[in-house]
Ligand binder design. Structure first.
Ligand SMILES: *Cc1c(COP(=O)(O)O)cnc(C)c1O
Length: 371
């Protein structure tokens, strides 16, 4: 089956009792013994979550999927599945929540780490240690849109006896097939494009093998308990049904917006992997089916000028997060706090599904104020 068909059919059964074509929402926390699905208690497993996990597993082409109540809970489960004294290699520009988790919380529990520029394969190789159990990649990265060669890093990880995990949130399972490229674990914040409407938080880990490491991730879900509600699973599955068509719009609009910004005198750098000027363009062309709906832009004149642009947009809402149908703009560095590595003059843009000409006109008037 092609991915458009999977997005609509996976995890969807006709209800025999009612004939309902679309699934019911099960909010019950407990289930009588001896039921067909062997459900017991909703923290361990529930009908809507199982359907969602089936769909996400099929979208990624994996062996099993584990759903969580947020993207961070999903990413954290992978690191929590490691042991005291294990070492991980992660990107120096990884999502700031993952960086806080690994360098703060889990460092206190004895997890070791090295941060590298993942686009520098020699640096990745040099960072590998005998106790390295996981290499973590985020591509395209948040918010610098660096593109990492998944297949090349998978080789390095596997040669070192480590697993490769990929945070593919910005690409979605539609545009980038991390497991097929050699990753062992594909993780997503489903809060973003998979949900697609900025009305739920969620996350998922899909593995290529139901091995002992997978069992530990499943254990973190069931015992740790950061599980999504039945309603959130239902809502997310509903969002996924239109993912392939939404992504076409996001990609087409983002390319137009990126091209407009690249030529604008008030802008000095546009980070969008679809542009030939982007350092990761060639790798992105090889490993992605399209370039996504996210871009970052650095404006001339520094942080105050960037902030002023974000304050003047009328269609782009000034807000954090991404991947919804509505366009968002964010002055990123202040949000990430004092440890940020993000340039002060950078605006992160989530290009929505409004008409691209309206989006370009909005950015044009917001940038014009900077002259
Ligand atoms: C948003 C995001 C996360 C965290 O997901 P939440 O759902 O906010 O917990 C992790 N990685 C990337 C790349 C993200 O964009």
């Amino acid at each position: 089956m092609r991915i458009e068909t999977i997005a609509i059919q996976a995890g969807r059964d006709i209800d025999q009792q009612t004939g309902a074509v679309m699934p019911a929402i099960h909010l019950s926390t407990t289930f009588v013994r001896g039921n067909e699905g062997e459900f017991v208690y909703s923290r361990s497993d529930s009908p809507n979550r199982r359907a969602l996990e089936q769909c996400l597993t099929q979208l990624e082409g994996g062996a099993a999927g584990v759903a969580f109540g947020s993207g961070m809970a999903a990413m954290a489960s992978v690191f929590q599945a490691l042991r005291h004294g294990d070492h991980v290699v992660l990107p120096d520009d990884t999502y700031f929540g993952v960086r806080e988790l690994v360098t703060g919380l889990l460092a206190d529990w004895g997890l070791q780490h090295t941060m590298v520029d993942m686009t520098d394969l020699a640096a990745v190789k040099a960072a590998m240690q005998p106790n390295t159990k996981l290499v973590w990649v985020e591509t395209p990265s948040n918010p610098m849109l660096k593109v990492t060669d998944i297949a090349a890093v998978a080789d390095i990880a596997h040669n070192g006896g480590a697993k490769l995990g990929v945070d593919g949130t910005w690409a979605t399972p539609l545009l980038q097939h991390s497991l097929a490229l050699g990753a062992d674990i594909a993780a997503h914040s489903t809060t973003k494009y998979l949900g697609g409407h900025s009305d739920l938080t969620g996350g998922v880990v899909v593995v290529n093998e139901e091995d002992g490491f997978y069992e530990r991730i499943r254990n973190v879900q069931q015992i740790g308990g950061a599980v999504p509600s039945g309603f959130d699973c239902w809502l997310l599955l509903r969002g996924i049904r239109t993912l392939p068509y939404r992504m076409r719009g996001h990609c087409a609009n983002a390319m137009k917006v990126a091209q407009f910004l690249e030529d604008h005198p008030a802008v000095h750098t546009v980070h969008y992997p679809g542009l030939e000027s982007h350092p990761g363009h060639e790798v992105a062309r090889r490993q992605m089916d399209d370039f996504g709906g996210m871009l970052s832009v650095q404006v001339v004149g520094g942080g105050e000028k960037a902030d002023a642009v974000a304050s003047r947009t009328k269609i782009f809402a000034r807000a954090t997060s991404l991947g919804g149908v509505e366009s968002l703009i964010e002055h990123r560095a202040p949000v990430e706090g004092p440890t940020t590595r993000t340039p002060m003059d950078l605006l992160r843009v989530s290009v929505g599904l409004e008409h691209p000409d309206d989006l370009i006109e909005d950015l044009a008037q917001a940038l014009a104020g900077n002259r």
